[in-house]
Write a protein that binds this ligand. Sequence first.
Ligand SMILES: Nc1nc2c(c(=O)[nH]1)N[C@@H](CN(C=O)c1ccc(C(=O)N[C@@H](CCC(=O)O)C(=O)O)cc1)CN2
Length: 285
Amino acid sequence: MSAEILDGKAAAAAIKSDLSARVAALKQRGVTPGLGTLLVGDDVGSQKYVAGKHRDCAAVGIASIQRELPVTATQEEVEAAVAELNEDPACTGYLVQLPLPRGLDANRVLEAIEPAKDADGLHPTNLGRLVLGEPAPLPCTPNGVIALLRRHGVELNGAHVVVVGRGVTIGRSIPLLLTRRSENATVTQVHTGTRDIAAHLRQADVIVAAAGVPHLVKPEDVKPGAAVLDVGVSRDEHGKIVGDVHPGVAEVAGWLSPNPGGVGPMTRAMLLQNVVEAAERAADG
Ligand SMILES: Nc1nc2c(c(=O)[nH]1)N[C@@H](CN(C=O)c1ccc(C(=O)N[C@@H](CCC(=O)O)C(=O)O)cc1)CN2
């Protein structure tokens, strides 16, 4: 068997084309959505991700607001930059790029974001709304995983999904999305405290691997025909991405998201979608 590729680049291009039309319609109503980013420090990967987000904005007609602070920035300086973005009328939604440099309290920074401008869906109020089943911006990577599975007709209703990892941007929130009535999946979450991860993986109809451990998911741990999403990012000695999924899984899985080219582009597309939806909500009053 050779897995069907869950092509995130193609799916993101289709979403962006739809968003371009929605942005044009908003502009006709006198509303220009604007995405702000706050980047603290000089992490090369974060710089690249933020640059990609602004390229996407330009491609769909969203205005860009870029704020940068040095690695030496204090908690107060970061929170002051957040307060400015909260007040900036040109910035209809924004995010603080994670991770923040050591010594800064990311939770306090996330809590300072105005929930109505939270483009990442990571503010506690918005995560709480998700728990309560109320409308909220959805966390981008989890939402991108689900959009990619839907586009390829992977059944989630009744499926057993095993999520590997418990980080803030995906592991913590993806079970909340997958267990909504609209998705109706059953979720097992495994992490560094789990005794036998492979035993859980072998039961899964869908695996979402977001641990950041190179080749953690091996071919012998995957049920034939399962859908496998590779979300983990590690780098080899040449700086090349190494995912959480062993390349041999392609011979066992029914569907496989490549890494790069899978969930990453979807994360960016879902961010734009959050910005456009927030601007539409504001325009509709
Ligand atoms: N505030 C946030 N911080 C972080 C998030 C997030 O959703 N919000 N997620 C990640 C980083 N990230 C977005 O910020 C992100 C990661 C990867 C990609 C992507 O398109 N990757 C490409 C490969 C790029 C490369 O070659 O390095 C791919 O997968 O094809 C986009 C966004 C952590 N921080």
